[in-house]
Design a protein around this ligand. Structure first.
Ligand SMILES: [Mg+2]
Length: 265
């Protein structure tokens, strides 16, 4: 299945590309081999493309600068974060209400941009994303607010995320103490929730059958594509190893060593 020419030709013909970032374009502070060639090819071919990340910590502007640091120039509108998808979903449900946020600037800015304001007393929602500044007082306050009736929202359901030290607790692990203490279950927006995929397809302005999602995780990227009826390409440059595939009840349409394999026929 690896590097099959017919497969690659089919992928090359797609009009829309939804790409995960960590494990596809970079690994922490290291560029994945061929990633710049792949993005240059997308731009040269006039493809519609989006970088879709479950991380809610960084804003599109910060992600743009991160790619620029690798020599990849991409405009802000090519990024969708789980923070933006969360803000857009909450705005469609209940716009202009108060929210209590545990998260970084990427999440706070996305919620502000969507018309929400910070309310630590009687918010409609408690919204949790990844953060490195996480403490007992925040958990305690979130618990009180949820028990008072605030709805509990997680930007994504990832348990772990990459860090320079190996793995780090991600959104689902951080929200777990609030769920356990209150007995309430959080609702998660990022991949694999089809909500973020619909958000991406709308922005891409591309039909699902003309689009492919490229990602390194079976439990977020590939399942998100399958559940949204978008062709899927797994890259082995990140989390998932070839031997892991047998553990999953669903399989990707294509398997590549890295995203730049699409260019090689
Ligand atoms: Mg990834």
């Amino acid at each position: 299945m690896l590097n099959d020419n017919l497969d690659m030709a089919k992928l090359q013909d797609k009009k829309g590309f939804i790409c995960d970032m960590d494990g596809v374009i970079y690994h922490g502070d290291k560029l994945v081999d061929g990633a710049k060639d792949f993005v240059d090819w997308l731009k040269k071919q006039g493809k519609k493309f989006l970088f879709l990340t479950n991380s809610s910590a960084k804003s599109p502007k910060e992600l743009k600068f991160k790619l620029a640091h690798f020599g990849i120039e991409v405009d802000e509108e090519h990024f969708i974060t789980s923070a933006q998808a969360t803000a857009s979903f909450l705005a469609s449900q209940n716009p202009k209400v108060g929210v209590y946020v545990i998260g970084e600037s990427g999440l706070v800015n996305a919620l502000h941009d969507a018309g929400f304001y910070i309310d630590n007393i009687n918010p409609e929602y408690v919204v949790v994303g990844e953060t490195r500044t996480y403490n007992f007082e925040q958990i305690e306050l979130a618990v009180q607010l949820v028990l008072k009736g605030a709805k509990l929202i997680g930007t994504n359901s990832d348990l772990t995320g990459p860090s320079e030290k190996g793995v780090a607790p991600a959104c689902r692990a951080l929200i777990a103490p609030i769920e356990m203490t209150t007995g309430r279950k959080a609702y998660f927006i990022g991949k694999p929730n089809p909500l973020i995929m619909r958000h991406a397809l709308k922005r891409l302005d591309c039909a699902p059958q003309d689009t492919v999602i490229i990602g390194d995780r079976m439990d977020t990227d590939i399942i998100a594509g399958i559940e949204s009826e978008i062709e899927t390409a797994l890259v082995l440059s990140g989390i998932t190893k070839k031997e892991d595939l047998a553990l999953f009840p669903y399989q990707p349409d294509h398997i590549l060593e890295r995203a730049a394999d699409i260019l090689d026929i």
